[in-house]
Design a protein around this ligand. Structure first.
Ligand SMILES: [Zn+2]
Length: 1124
């Protein structure tokens, strides 16, 4: 017999021989002595075996898992299994030895992924089942066997083998009705049963034997009788079984048909929310979500309600004759590509091919197509002499209306384009507000306001009349006829009403004038032919004067909302009444129902397809897919009225597509109250409580069942009874707003100083104009030198709103435009230094029709820049052509920036392009030491970091991604060689840094960002010092507080995980493997305790190890003897 000390040392050496601190001597011994030798050699000697086992156990209990893994690698599992078989197959096993072996097999096997196969090879499977059968009356031994079975059953084939030997039945019958005894053994039985359910065959077998309903009954009984919460482990183990069962279709069907969901729902209702029971509730909620049957959205089709026939090329003047494919786009493929691009692994996505990064691709069109864009440089051909003379005589030069340009534009256009009406002529009155000519006033009648009609006139008669008028307009007029009709008959009650509304309640909103807006809107062409204006767009808005902090997330809010949804399946008290449907005219203007909200979305930028009242104060809302598409839902904007004040209404937008949302991180939707607006507070306010965003059980009508949707839920409490409110994803900014805004800006500038010209770059697919604005300073004199200087000014090209759902980008652009037209000395300096070419809305059709991502052509226009189709993507084609033209006359932009919105990040930041940074980030081995790159691409970001509180320098990056290779930023950088080519991303949510930290963004900060972007351009002027010398620096708000606003915190790439993410995990919480380990360790600790008791009783004293050497083999106990 080996002495324990030696044994211990050898084993220590054996298990830790990788450790450098071992002595040479010990390592030598370690190499000689193997645990297999110990176990095998001493197989017949109980005392020695026990010693080996105890030392082993002690060694494995301390230290890290590395010891166990090392032991497994050295054949430790096999040795233990052999010892198990040898000792377990004796006629009368010695349980003093066998118990520690079982525990060790469980402990080591738990970490050995090959344990099932090894156990089968060692012949341990049948043995362990026999041992279990023989020890059913002996709780501790049975528990040890069950722990081993749990470990063996991690292999599916082993689980099947155990079941084919009646293992399933033996273990199922071990689970008793409610008792307070032997809870640990019962728990081990249930967990062993769950482990066997890793095989689908075993689940089917359990189903056919009625075990599922049996387990449900057991759960119900244990749950109801366990009033003292002492059997939570048992309940969790049962839930663990259910989690396994519902993974197979037959298991799930049986679970549901046997009332599983109902049972779990009711048990969760009676759970108090202490931590332990909280785990039960969470596990139950996961189970229920998993089992809820997939439900197709309640729609006739996934396709958008808005359908626009796309032009086919043979109907058009074919400029690109070589390409004879049909104009139809394979929408599905595009959507697939888009998804692939979205899911690309970031590092894989980086372009590492130096050739692709540095080679400039050839021109994408014949060179002789470029001179047509010379018209978009009016500053170069403008007769400033005449203008200067006129202004010196005190007369204003004739202003160039955008619509004059439309005609020229038509010559350029590639297909027929119906010219818009002449814009209303405005004159400035003395007090600065706009007056209106007769023709404009008559235009005004074309639109009618359903919404605020109800507010101004409480009489029902007027309301009905308004509705009838609108119905008529809707059904009787096609889009093309609207404008003609609008100029017809005289004053209607509506225009009178609106006029008086403006007279009584009108507020002075900078750069907004309702009548100008209305005039612009009459010319806007929408796919459905909108005849109504949304009040907020017409009336205008000012940002809230109050800070709007991000909304705190309520604890357990997601669980609560999910439970409310589950309730719908169990109770029949849901109303499920369709109260609004874009496709059903009878639901467009329903009569006032006292118990339902009224919805409306048929206006510019509106998006709501259907509303279903599910409970008295709860509505499911379905968004409309992008026109001509079946997806891209995210943007919403709709009107709601007929509310009961001071009652919380729950809204669920049930067909969101993105897998996570800033709505889980403090973002709120925005709400505009007409009542508040008329009371002098025309504000979009962040509103809503109980906001969360989670995966739901809906699937597309026809698409894959695997496609999941997400629910955005929020609760709104309305203030007023007779109110009409508007809810939106973000501050709306319509195409008509842009047109009106540009007209007002044009009128506001001092034409002797500011050269402002609005032109049309091209018509869109549905015949709207895509404006381009030129802003620069008029030359100070008519001398050649000054005119020459103007021709030499570098161009800055800014674009925005290529993605229609990104209204934040339009507000940033509004800030930029207003600043550049202002009297601010920095603006003046910028105008004198640069020529600004601004295309503020690259996707007018998308914006007008309430789309989120695409254009009518179903394309994401910011993936079309490589080779834009002249017919299907005209705005991109011509914008790129214009950039090529600028390049061809040596005026390639100094800066190109495309404004966007970012739905997953906070703050505002830039994406640029850098070869060096891309190669470095990708870990590319390409030798780039010799590569020269102008670091100037960082200048603007550095300047913004200093001056723009919303800007986050740490969020910027300069990677060139393959999936973004057809974006404006990368194409302009690569094809036109523009060093400073950017995407500027603005959050929809708010800020986690700087002086705005913790606040949600509003239009004030968005517009400020547009202004600060202009400020940052000063950093590019060669003569910066001269500007600073003119004390312009003072105007840059470079006060100490601004300079120091940055915390310069470390880079935080993404959101922290949601506090309480509920996912379709198949494991119930707390049962992910660690629990088994805890059980094994507890058992092992018990045997130690018991051992020491025995030792005490036998009067042994002395050290731990000495004690073990003298332990005698115990005599078999009576019940032991009986089982053989
Ligand atoms: Zn975008």
């Amino acid at each position: 017999m080996i002495t324990v000390c030696l044994l211990r040392r050898h084993l220590t050496a054996y298990l830790t021989c990788q450790q450098p601190y071992l002595t040479v001597d010990m390592r030598a011994k370690a190499s000689d002595i193997k645990i297999t030798q110990y176990l095998n050699k001493n197989a017949g000697d109980a005392e020695s075996t026990l010693n080996v086992l105890n030392v082993l156990e002690e060694l494995l209990s301390s230290g890290t898992d590395r010891r166990i893994h090392y032991m497994i690698s050295q054949g430790g599992s096999e040795s233990l299994l052999n010892a198990l078989v040898k000792n377990g197959s004796r006629f009368i096993p010695n349980y003093t030895i066998l118990l520690p072996i079982l525990y060790l097999v469980a402990k080591v096997g738990h970490k050995d992924c090959g344990i099932g196969k090894k156990a089968e090879e060692a012949g341990a499977i049948l043995l362990i089942l026999n041992l279990l059968k023989n020890n059913i009356q002996h709780a501790r031994r049975a528990e040890a066997c069950l722990l081993v079975i749990q470990v063996f059953a991690t292999s599916v084939s082993t689980a099947k083998l155990i079941a084919s030997n009646q293992g399933l039945d033996i273990i199922y019958n071990l689970i008793p009705n409610y008792t307070t005894k032997n809870l640990q053994t019962i728990k081990a039985s249930i967990n062993a049963f769950a482990a066997l359910l890793s095989s689908v065959d075993n689940i089917s077998s359990a189903v056919s034997k009625g075990y599922v309903s049996g387990l449900l009954l057991l759960y119900e009984e244990w749950h109801s009788k366990d009033t003292k919460h002492s059997a939570i482990d048992i309940l969790q183990a049962l839930l663990n079984c259910f989690h396994k069962i519902v993974r197979s279709a037959v298991g799930r069907d049986t679970f549901v048909s046997q009332g599983g969901i109902r049972l779990l729902y009711h048990t969760t209702q009676t759970c108090s929310l202490n931590i332990c029971q909280g785990l039960l509730v969470e596990s139950s909620v996961q189970l229920m979500r998993w089992c809820l049957p997939k439900t197709p959205l309640p729609l006739r089709s996934d396709q958008s309600v808005y359908c626009f026939p796309l032009p086919r090329r043979h109907h058009l003047l074919d400029v690109v004759a070589s390409d004879d494919t049909s104009g139809e786009i394979a929408g599905d493929k595009m959507e697939k590509d888009y998804q692939e691009a979205q899911s690309k692994d970031y590092d894989d996505d980086l372009e590492t091919d130096l050739k692709k990064l540095c080679l400039r691709p050839p021109l994408d069109r014949p060179k002789d197509l470029l001179p047509q864009y010379s018209r978009l440089c009016p500053e170069l051909s403008h007769d400033f002499l005449e203008q200067l003379e006129l202004s010196s005589q005190g007369r204003s030069p004739s202003s160039s209306s955008s619509d004059d340009e439309t005609e020229k534009c038509n010559n350029l256009s590639l297909h027929s384009f119906r010219r818009g009406e002449k814009s209303a002529v405005f004159s400035k009155t003395e007090n600065g507000t706009s007056g209106q000519t007769k023709s404009a006033a008559s235009l005004f009648k074309a639109k009618d306001f359903y919404s605020h009609t109800g507010i101004l006139n409480s009489s029902a008669e007027v309301g009905t009349k308004a509705r009838e008028t609108r119905k008529e307009a809707k059904s009787g007029l096609t889009n093309d006829q609207q404008n003609n009709k609008s100029e017809g008959n005289g004053k209607s009650y509506n225009s009178t009403m609106i006029d008086s509304l403006i007279d009584i309640h009108g507020v002075d909103i900078p750069y907004h004038e309702p009548r100008t807006y209305h005039a612009a809107a009459t010319k806007t062409k929408s796919v459905p032919g909108f005849t109504t204006l949304a009040f907020p767009d017409f009336w205008g808005q000012v940002p809230s004067p109050e800070n709007e902090p991000m909304a705190p997330r309520k604890l357990n809010i997601q669980r609560q909302k999910v439970l409310e949804d589950i309730q719908r399946f169990l109770k029949t008290d849901t109303i499920n009444k369709v109260v609004f449907d874009l496709e059903d005219d009878s639901l467009q203007f329903p009569p006032d129902k006292p118990d339902s909200l009224r919805f409306f979305s048929s206006f510019e930028c509106g998006n709501l397809r259907k509303a279903i009242q599910v409970r008295r104060y709860e509505y499911d809302l379905i968004l409309n897919a992008d026109a001509n598409c079946s997806q891209h839902t995210q943007w919403f904007y709709f009107e709601v009225s007929n509310m009961v004040p001071d009652v919380p209404y729950r809204f669920n937008i049930i067909n969101c597509e993105k897998s996570n949302s800033q709505f889980n991180y403090g973002m709120q939707p925005v709400l505009y109250s007409v009542q508040d607006a008329l009371n002098g507070k025309p504000q979009w306010l962040r509103t809503g409580t109980e906001i969360c965003y989670f995966r739901n059980y809906f699937c597309p009508v026809r698409g894959s069942q695997k496609t999941t949707f997400y629910t955005l839920t929020f609760t709104i409490t309305f203030k007023y009874k007779e109110d009409v409110c508007y809810l939106a994803y973000h501050y709306p900014y319509t195409y008509s707003a842009l047109r009106a805004h540009l007209n007002l800006l044009h009128r506001s500038v001092a034409s002797s100083k500011v050269f402002f010209r609005q032109q049309i770059i091209c018509p869109t697919l549905s015949g709207n104009s895509c404006p381009v604005v030129t802003i620069t300073a008029c030359p100070p004199s008519k001398c050649d030198k000054d005119l020459h200087q103007l021709g030499k000014r570098p161009c800055i090209v800014l674009t925005s709103r290529v993605h229609p759902g990104e209204s934040n980008a339009s507000w940033v652009m509004k800030g930029t435009l207003e600043f550049l037209c202002s009297n601010d000395p920095i603006a003046q300096a910028l105008r004198e230094t640069f020529v600004f070419k601004i295309i503020p809305m690259l996707n007018p059709d998308g914006v007008i029709n309430g789309m989120n991502r695409c254009d009518l052509s179903r394309e994401d226009l910011n993936r079309q820049w490589c080779k834009p189709d002249p017919i299907l993507c005209p705005t991109i084609y011509h914008t790129k052509g214009f950039l090529y033209y600028l390049n061809s006359i040596g005026r390639a932009p100094l800066v190109f920036c495309d404004y966007h919105g970012h739905s997953r990040k906070k703050n505002v930041f830039l994406y640029g392009c850098s070869v060096k940074e891309t190669l470095w980030q990708s870990g590319s081995t390409v030798e780039n030491a010799g590569l020269k790159e102008d670091p100037g691409y960082r200048t603007i970001a550095k300047a913004l970091d200093r001056i723009a509180p919303a800007f986050s320098f740490n969020s910027c990056n300069y990677m060139v991604e393959k999936s973004r290779s057809a974006t404006a930023r990368i194409v302009v950088w690569k094809e036109l060689g523009v060093l400073r080519s950017y995407t500027m991303e603005s959050t929809y949510n708010g800020f986690d840094q700087g002086i705005y930290k913790g606040l949600q963004i509003n239009t004030r900060e968005l517009e400020e960002m547009g202004m600060k972007f202009c400020h940052s351009l000063l950093s590019l002027t060669i003569d910066t010092k001269a500007l600073y010398g003119k004390s312009l620096i003072n105007h840059m708000n470079l006060g100490q507080n601004i300079l120091d606003h940055k915390s310069h915190n470390s880079f935080e790439d993404d959101e922290p995980p949601c506090v309480e993410e509920i996912e379709y995990s198949t494991e119930s919480p707390g049962l992910k493997g660690d629990d088994l380990e805890l059980d094994i360790n507890r058992c092992m600790a018990n045997i130690d305790a018991e051992g020491s008791t025995k030792r005490q009783m036998s009067g042994e004293i002395g050290g731990y190890y000495q004690t073990f050497t003298t332990v005698k083999s115990p005599t078999p106990s009576p019940d032991n003897a009986g089982v053989h």
